[in-house]
Design a protein around this ligand. Structure first.
Ligand code: SF4
Ligand code: SF4
Length: 353
């Protein structure tokens, strides 16, 4: 059996919420190497709701240090510039919240052989005794949600993340790859920051939604099952990666025990690509593969007034669809594979769908 528990509260109550979570999910942290993996997608301040809130990370660090753990906090973000580690740490305020343990995990990695090829995975993730994943509750224009499973995509170092989009351009194939990556190292505990959530066109440009809730669980699939199915009142099997994981027998919802209080959110807005969601809902697992593709040819647009020519989008684009030419970003639609890596990475929300 696997427990998922809901904790209602606000950021100013982070310390007590986190203490409660660790008393419900019991670990012996003494002298253990504990890695804390927030969602540090890009360089956005906490009030934008793009990254895990620093008050949650600070509360986790304080608790673990008090219990004698040896902690590290970090992520492989989508920004690829040399100053990304410092810039993201400072702007998201995660560096300060990590109490001196904010760690650059992009430098040390090991190659791991998987079904989808050899992947470069941060050594800190592979070597820790206890892995705590702390995603943000957000929608995602490609995968519908980014929660427990998608947060672990950040264990891959450097631009291999965008290369995988190139390798697996359809959302179904990409979702299957997500599962492979999650299975490399399942977190021991996942705490979802749903206090300030994001709906609509997430993960970086959606609308903020105060749900005032943290959700914790030791099985990421069942945690998502509870969040999507119970809290957000959607069909979890219409989310491609959960559908695939279910077919692979990676979880059984009969094992789920739900505890804690939550108010059902009946009007949580999915990305406009929700056509995929409904098609999945109606057509089920096989037909969706055939028809999924045509609905994903949405293209990006760069708002020149917001663009600051930081070139992050150019660096991350896996198919050279973006180039810096004549002092502006040039977009070659025919090369675009609609992976939306640029949309995720842009620190100034200058890219629209
Ligand atoms: S659109 Fe402009 S601001 Fe955004 S990542 Fe590209 S260059 Fe930077
Ligand atoms: S332009 Fe953006 S959406 Fe298109 S392939 Fe490049 S990164 Fe992906």
């Amino acid at each position: 059996m696997s427990k998922v528990k809901f904790y209602e509260g606000s950021y100013i109550e982070s310390d007590s919420l986190i203490s409660q979570i660790f008393s419900d999910f019991n670990f012996d942290f003494k002298n253990k190497r504990v890695f804390i993996k927030p969602n540090l997608l890009s360089a956005h301040p906490p009030e934008k709701g793009v990254t895990t809130h620093p008050s949650i990370i600070r509360a986790i660090c304080k608790y673990l240090l008090d219990k004698g753990a040896i902690i590290k906090v970090g992520d492989n973000p989508s920004l690829l510039s040399n100053d990304a580690f410092e810039r993201i740490g400072n702007i998201t305020k995660i560096k300060e919240a990590s109490l001196g343990f904010y760690t650059d995990i992009t430098k040390n990695y090991r190659k791991i052989k998987t079904r989808i090829g050899e992947l470069s995975i941060s050594s800190e993730i592979l070597d820790c005794d206890i892995l705590i994943s702390v995603p943000k509750l957000k929608t995602h224009i490609l995968t519908i949600f980014t929660l427990a499973i998608k947060n672990m995509y950040g264990i891959i170092v450097g631009n291999q993340k965008s290369q995988l989009h190139y390798q697996y351009p359809s959302p179904m194939e990409f979702s299957e790859a997500l599962i492979d990556i999650y299975e490399i190292r399942r977190p021991d505990l996942t705490i979802v920051d749903g206090i300030l959530a994001m709906e609509g066109q997430g993960p970086s440009n959606g609308n903020l939604r105060e749900l005032n809730i943290l959700i914790a669980g030791d099985n990421g699939y069942l945690l998502e099952w509870a969040i999507i199915g119970y809290l957000l009142d959607k069909n979890p099997l219409s989310i491609p990666y959960l559908n695939i994981a279910k077919r692979k027998n990676l979880f059984n919802e009969k094992d789920l025990i739900i505890e804690g209080n939550y108010k059902k959110v009946k009007d949580f807005k999915l990305p406009s690509q929700k056509i995929n969601y409904f098609l999945n809902n109606i057509l089920g697992k096989n037909l969706i593969k055939l028809i999924y593709h045509p609905f994903r040819y949405q293209k990006i647009k760069i708002d020149k007034n917001l663009c600051r020519l930081c070139l992050e989008c150019v660096k991350i684009c896996p198919n050279n669809a973006l180039k810096f030419e004549s002092k502006r970003i040039k977009y070659n639609k025919s090369l675009c594979i609609s992976c939306f890596c640029c949309y995720e990475a842009c620190p100034y929300s200058a890219i629209k769908i």
